[in-house]
Write a protein of this length. Structure first.
Length: 436
């Protein structure tokens, strides 16, 4: 199959490289010539483990190429995937679809033979219908079909998620489109390794939002249970284990922490609420989730201040991990932003270390002193706070760390250290959802 990917952002680039790795011929198109130049030199625009090697080998094999010329890129395509950004529109929280619509129009004009246009960007219910309407206007007789094919990739594990998905969801209204999409995903569905679920286009669009909202609810649920655990003397990790063994509940996404962040859950929950409101069908559990998660990020700052005795004026706090989760440099809606704000508002000085996030974090937290490693951050600090669970923080020499700090206080917002282990190294530890 000949596939064109419009947009070499996170989703477009990972999907394009993986499709090429399956043996398809893939052209990735982006308007940003700097980005395309760098991709030609195998410099990735994002940090994603394994992506540079995957891109390099497929470019070398002649299956993957990059261009800024959209017309040239889509000319012979069987399927054109639109993977451009859909940021939250300022003011009303709606997903901004202008990039999707503009791309669809340009592709429709450029196509020279019948093809399938696939929205991979996360788009509200009904977007496929709107894309179809635009295409009917600009290219009514080209035999173009519109399909929805949402992605379920996690940053940091995107290649694995693409190649070994729990399922692939395809929303198509037309037999010809179903055939093209079946062929594209054949390498995955062979031997029924991954089920490809064919549904209506609107259903497919909603599945994406419902999946992310459900996961956000699940995380928020365990976060609130963790607060309750602290009050009643229970252990949230054991509660999560105890409920997660019930297959109806499942053990994943039950890690209590400082609240969810990232480019997806915050944006997609808001967009779902907008769709719900527009259709007079409130989804109250998601409304509550959004509010609780916002409040939680700020509450984590207060939790640290309380652990430090209530007054942090002039004190130094060392933060480990700033990105919204490990294995990414993404700082979007990261809980660390609210935590730094709360600590600085209370008069503390923040020193921080993150393995990949510093560049993106700097402009968001101009008063923070960035350090070259965890021990440097901890020097003379009055508390050490684990905000993001990067693997390298799991293997810290805690005895050395306790000696490095001014006060051996560990606030572990990701529960990576068992209390006894930290105490044996000389720490006073405050965890999330653990008995005091
Ligand atoms: C999420 C979904 O997991 C993907 O399936 C989806 O494709 C993607 O959004 C998207 O819509 O593009 P991602 O945002 O990369 O992926 O990251 P997750 O691993 O889901 O983590 C999201 C947030 O939840 C992080 O802040 C993480 O720390 C937090 N989290 C996750 C918890 O606090 N506890 C958990 O148990 C799991």
């Amino acid at each position: 199959m000949r596939i064109t990917m419009i947009g070499t952002g996170y989703v477009g680039l990972v999907s394009g490289a993986c499709f090429a790795d399956f043996g398809h011929t893939v052209v990735c198109v982006d308007k940003d010539s700097g980005k395309i130049d760098r991709l030609h030199q195998n410099i990735m625009p994002i940090y994603e483990p394994g992506l540079d090697a995957l891109v390099a080998s497929n470019v070398k094999a002649g299956r993957l190429s990059f261009t800024t010329d959209l017309a040239e890129g889509v000319k012979d395509a069987d399927a054109v995937f639109i993977a451009v950004g859909t940021p939250s529109r300022r003011g009303d929280g709606h997903a901004d679809l202008s990039y999707v619509f503009a791309a669809a129009e340009e592709v429709a004009r450029a196509l020279t033979k019948p093809a399938v246009i696939v929205t991979k960007s996360t788009v509200p219910v009904g977007t496929g219908d709107e894309v179809e309407r635009i295409i009917a206007e600009v290219a009514p007789d080209k035999g173009i079909k519109v399909v929805s094919n949402p992605e379920f990739l996690r940053e940091g594990a995107a290649i694995e998620d693409f190649k070994r998905p729990d399922r692939v969801v395809v929303g198509a209204e037309d037999e010809q489109a179903v055939q093209v999409m079946s062929e594209i995903y054949r390498p995955l569905s062979l031997n029924q390794a991954a089920p490809v679920l064919f549904v209506g286009r609107r259903t497919s669009e909603l599945i994406k939002y419902a999946a992310n909202a459900f996961l956000a609810v699940k995380i928020t649920f365990i976060n609130e249970i963790s607060d309750l655990c602290e009050q009643v003397g229970a252990d949230v990790q054991q509660v999560a284990r105890g409920i997660g063994m019930d297959k109806r509940i499942g053990s994943k996404f039950l890690h209590a922490g400082p609240g969810y962040g990232g480019s997806c859950f915050p944006k997609d929950t808001l967009a779902l609420l907008k769709t719900a409101a527009d259709n007079d069908t409130p989804v109250r559990i998601v409304e509550a989730t959004v509010q609780v998660n916002e409040a939680r990020k700020r509450a984590m700052g207060r939790k640290i201040i309380k652990a430090m005795g209530g007054d942090v004026r002039g004190k130094k706090v060392a933060l480990l991990g700033l990105t919204f989760k490990p294995n990414t440099d993404d700082m979007r809606d990261a809980p660390s932003i609210s935590i730094v704000q709360a600590l600085e508002d209370a008069g503390a000085k923040v020193h921080a270390y993150d393995p990949e996030g510093e560049e993106q974090a700097r402009p968001l937290m101009p008063n923070v002193e960035f350090c070259t490693g965890p021990y440097q951050a901890a020097e003379n600090a009055d508390a050490l706070v684990i905000v993001t669970e990067w693997d390298e923080f799991r293997a810290l020499d805690l005895k050395r760390m306790a000696r490095t700090l001014n006060q051996p206080l560990l606030v572990d917002l990701r529960n990576i250290y068992p209390a006894q282990f930290a105490q044996d190294a000389g720490f006073t530890i405050v965890s999330v959802g653990k008995p005091a």
